[in-house]
Write a protein that binds this ligand. Structure first.
Ligand code: FMN
Length: 193
């Protein structure tokens, strides 16, 4: 469906009508990836947090860049263990996802609080979340930008996916409790792999 553009006219020209947008809110426009649940494990104690600031960096080996706040338990666990799992939830898990993003594992056991079932991973110590349709076992690959941006580059060393989930309804963070749910897929002649 075509987007309807409203036009403004001045100096004899027509311009699409747009308004200035606060720079502090720009992240809400460029929020492409699904919200994920990052599990970590340190000294036999698992933790989980919600994360939306991530990006693919390389096809193979798959590298994922993530921004993880330095005050979180996840950041400390990841820095020390150099491992995690990126678990990809669908909309059915949305409330649990937000819950995992609203409290710290330093204060509560989120697995108990949100009844999150877990299974052992094959290549890392952090657990796989059973209810998530995909799980990416990751190792810390590059910490060159950790000090400056809390940006960690992870290598996916093993990936799992539930073959019964054909069109995963992932959730995408739009800021302040707003989420976009993945919708229909369209197919175009794109040259991008
Ligand atoms: C939808 C959503 C997305 C979030 N994305 C991120 C993120 O990309 N990076 C981050 O550091 N924290 C993010 N958070 C906040 C963490 O999940 C939150 O600080 C959490 O309490 C950290 O838990 P931990 O201390 O147990 O590691 C997000 C929270 C929500 C609700």
């Amino acid at each position: 469906m075509r987007r309807v553009i409203n036009w403004v006219f001045h100096s004899g020209y027509a311009f699409p009508m747009k308004k200035s947008y606060p720079l502090s809110q720009v992240y809400r426009l460029l929020e492409p990836g699904p919200v994920v649940l990052v599990t970590t494990m340190l000294k036999g104690r698992p933790n989980v947090m919600a994360m939306s600031w991530h990006t693919m960096i390389e096809f193979e080996p798959p590298l994922v860049g993530c921004v993880i706040g330095g005050g979180s338990l996840t950041f400390g666990n990841l820095r020390a263990s150099r491992e995690c799992v990126i678990n990809i939830p669908t909309v059915e898990l949305a409330r649990k996802v937000v819950g995992c993003g609203n409290v710290s594992g330093g204060d509560v056991d989120k697995f108990k609080k949100f009844s999150l079932a877990q299974s052992p991973a094959s290549r890392v110590k952090a657990p796989l979340l059973d209810e998530c349709y995909a799980n990416l076992e990751c190792r810390l690959f590059d910490r060159g930008m950790v000090e400056k941006y809390n940006f960690l580059v992870l290598q996916v060393v093993k990936a799992w996916v539930d073959p019964s989930v054909k069109n995963p309804k992932t959730i995408h963070h739009r800021g302040w409790g707003n989420f976009m749910v993945a919708g229909k897929t369209i197919k175009l002649r794109s040259k991008m792999r």
